[in-house]
Design a binder for this molecule. Structure first.
Ligand code: GLA
Length: 735
């Protein structure tokens, strides 16, 4: 018997002789609190061994009080006594939306999950991992629930492992990552929707009884219409600094599904996981199905605090190189599109140096020979340099880059294929397409079948061979421009319903292999804009591309919403020619994250160029604060004519405040002082305007001194108006 099977059998045998490690015991109940600095999630195994969530909210002062919570909330007529199950099984007593639903090897559809044991491990001073084993008393079918808690960040990740030792496969019909329960008088869901160039548009509504579902069925580019991130405010819509609010999201780059069920007891059940749409999964005996993590944080002080919790957690634990450096860059996409050659790139490399950024990023169009990539109709899949455009290969461009003292990066879209490609002719069976249906294209392309290990090798080798050609390659932009139509895998044969899940697992296998060999190379997660932004992928990527829409006015709104869930260091913001705002406005907006440019440097006026060069120097002096500091949203562009955001360093000695006019109507502007946040009330601060356009006069040329107390209670007016549509203020503690 394999050692894994032995282990499973052991957990079956210990079912009746439970070993408890941390437990407050009341009668036969077992109370299991998961605590962070401010939050408590309290699970409880009942006398009947059902595992319930009895509390998710602000931490109580006295741990022993958690034992009394269930009784305090007791209500009659919970018919199944499962309404607040910690992982709701289906087909037995359950009456509500399940977290898990299966058909056993013998064809039986019922499932009960009874508490077996739990174990709490301290991973380090800040991180704890609670595991809870559950088992069906009638079947050798097991689920282990995982709760990883991050004390200082007030973040919890939840996932599950499903396994069995039945005499044949078990079909998993639903397999959620988390099933959480909240209690409040009302629940207010803030969700996001979008499309290309329209990412992260919020909508906020009160949840009513029944089920509201957020989901994606797009396969790849899964967030195009809707990302999995959301907020739920309790009792009333929370504001930036007030109210109880939970932020959540699934760490998964494919189809997701989150159900919000206000149940007959007026509780909110949130069940989130991989979308089970067309995805019944055959689980062999002795194997484990591991669900992706669902991450969440709960704040008692509004959205701002919740966002800082997630940003801190991401930088400390999830985002690749979250505490590290990033490269400023010049990208050639919007300045050349597909139309370039070695000579033109040589000029752009000189521009990169002239501008003063770290890296030149060569975008789409450098590959394909039989089917050259001269537009988006051909060439994807044929990752050989186009001999006409680049007769000496990318190695020559890379060499030229280093001669100019700049680094070199390159665009790839390795999961995709144009039907017009040599690859398609050679390996039609590697392509996701249904033999019984007509091909249907998204941006003239199809998706490669990453459930197939041969395709995984191919995709891995695309990137690996780029590094072999140019060992100094310093940056990858990984794009993904198509959704999946006709989801059929030649490789999976009669296991088609595993395709959506196995695709993402295949993608992660490739990324894991790449990260094993190239642990630190910065990589941008791009998906025709923000079609794929999630923490499942961001553990392999240093940054994401929020949107192809780089109109700075639009970006203020888009970046604002992303920033609730992702830290500024991960937001790739490029200055382009989109929009009608002056260069200063465009650069200022892009500075609120990871700065890049995609403009024709050559065409900049002397003053514009000088401004950009100086702005890059200024940015380099500010970037550690923007990337690693605490972000505070001061004025919401959806509610005001001015948007204002600030970043403060950890010891509150320095801050930077970005202010923009977002309404061009007559006489709009900052009419009143804006309240600053996150400063030390006891400190005095100097205030001055920075990033001033050559020749412009600022009303704040000389430093002004204010106490932190004053700035946070009375505020400061940066005088934003139509003549000063973008203003950056630097704040520094003075002795
Ligand atoms: C996508 C990306 C763009 C650019 C093009 C290239 O649309 O979002 O930034 O790289 O592909 O084809």
């Amino acid at each position: 018997m394999a050692s894994y099977q032995k282990q499973l059998l052991k957990s079956v045998l210990t079912f009746s002789s439970v070993i408890l490690i941390t437990a407050g015991v009341k009668a036969q109940q077992i109370t299991i609190p998961v605590e962070t600095e401010t939050t408590a999630l309290v699970l409880q195994a009942t006398a009947g061994k059902d595992l319930n969530t009895v509390y998710l909210g602000q931490k109580l002062n006295n741990k022993a009080d958690y034992d009394k919570v269930a009784a305090a909330y007791e209500q009659p007529n919970d018919y199944s006594v499962l309404f607040n199950s910690a992982y709701t099984p289906s087909g037995s007593r359950n009456l509500l939306e399940p977290a898990i639903s299966v058909t056993h090897a013998d064809g039986n559809n019922s499932l009960e999950l009874k508490y077996v044991s739990h174990n709490l491990t301290k991973v380090d001073d800040n991180v704890s991992l609670l595991t809870i084993k559950l088992k069906d008393p009638a079947y050798n079918f097991m689920v282990t629930l995982f709760y990883k808690s991050y004390y200082k960040e007030n973040v919890i990740e939840q996932w599950s492992e499903i396994s069995h030792l039945e005499k044949g496969n078990v079909t998993l019909h639903k397999f959620a990552s988390a099933n959480i329960n909240l209690r409040a008088g009302s629940y207010w869901l803030r969700q996001y929707h979008g499309d290309w160039a329209k990412e992260m548009r919020p909508e906020e509504t009160q949840l009513t009884h029944g089920i509201k579902t957020l989901d994606s069925k797009l396969g790849t580019r899964a967030d195009l219409f809707m990302p999995s991130v959301f907020m739920v405010s309790l009792d009333k819509p929370s504001t930036e600094d007030e109210g109880q609010v939970l932020f959540g999201g699934l760490e998964w780059s494919g189809n997701f599904r989150t159900d919000f069920e206000v149940d007959p007891k007026d509780h909110l059940r949130i069940i989130s996981g991989i979308n089970n749409y067309a995805s019944a999964y055959q689980l062999k005996p002795g194997t484990v199905f591991k669900t992706p993590a669902f991450v969440y944080t709960l704040s008692g002080n509004g959205k701002g605090e919740a966002s800082r919790n997630l940003q801190n957690w991401a930088r400390n634990y999830k985002l690749l190189d979250g505490k590290g450096q990033r490269l400023t860059l010049l990208n050639n996409w919007e300045s050349t599109y597909f139309d370039f050659n070695e000579q033109k790139l040589g000029e752009l490399l000189k521009d990169t140096k002239k501008l003063g950024v770290d890296l030149f990023l060569l975008d789409d169009g450098w590959f394909g020979n039989q089917y050259p990539r001269n537009d988006d109709h051909a060439g994807l899949g044929d990752w050989q340099e186009n001999r006409k455009k680049l007769p000496n290969g990318i190695a020559a461009i890379a060499k030229e880059a280093s001669a100019n003292g700049v680094k070199f990066g390159i665009w790839v879209e390795p999961e995709m294929i144009n039907p017009k490609s040599e690859l398609y002719q050679k390996h039609p069976d590697w392509v996701v397409k249904d033999p019984k249906r007509d091909e249907y294209y998204f941006r003239n392309q199809l998706v490669l079948d990453l459930s197939n290990p041969k395709v995984q090798d191919f995709v891995y080798n695309i990137i690996d061979s780029l590094f072999i050609k140019d060992p100094a390659l310093a940056y990858i932009k990984w794009d993904c421009n198509a959704v999946i139509y006709n989801a059929y895998s030649a490789h999976l044969k009669n296991e088609q319903s595993q395709f959506y899940v196995d695709y993402v697992k295949g993608l992660y296998l490739v990324l894991q292999r790449l990260r094993a060999k190239y642990p630190e190379i910065p990589m941008m997660l791009c998906s025709g804009g923000g079609g794929r932004v999630d923490y499942g992928a961001l553990q392999y990527f240093t940054e994401y591309w929020p949107s192809d829409n780089t109109d700075p006015l639009e970006r203020i709104f888009i970046q604002w919403e992303y920033s609730y869930f992702y830290p500024a260091i991960a937001s790739a913001n490029h200055v382009t020619d989109w929009g009608r705002q002056p260069i200063k406005y465009r650069v200022d907006v892009a500075m609120m994250g990871k700065l890049g440019f995609d403009i024709v440097v050559d065409k900049l006026s002397t003053n514009d160029l000088k401004f950009c060069q100086d702005a890059i120097t200024t940015y380099n002096s500010l970037k550690s604060m923007i990337w690693q500091g605490d972000q505070y949203r001061l004025l919401n562009p959806r509610e005001n004519s001015v948007a204002s955001v600030m970043y403060v360093n950890a010891d509150k000695t320095s801050g930077v405040m970005f202010n923009y006019l977002v309404n061009n109507r007559y006489d709009e502007g900052s009419k009143a002082p804006i309240l600053l946040k996150g400063l030390d009330a006891e400190k005095n601060y100097s205030i001055r305007e920075i990033n001033i356009y050559p020749g412009s006069k600022s009303p704040f040329v000389s430093e002004r001194i204010f106490s932190g107390d004053f700035l946070m209670k009375i505020g400061f007016n940066p005088y934003v108006n139509s003549g000063r549509s973008s203003v950056i203020i630097k704040i520094d503690a003075v002795k």
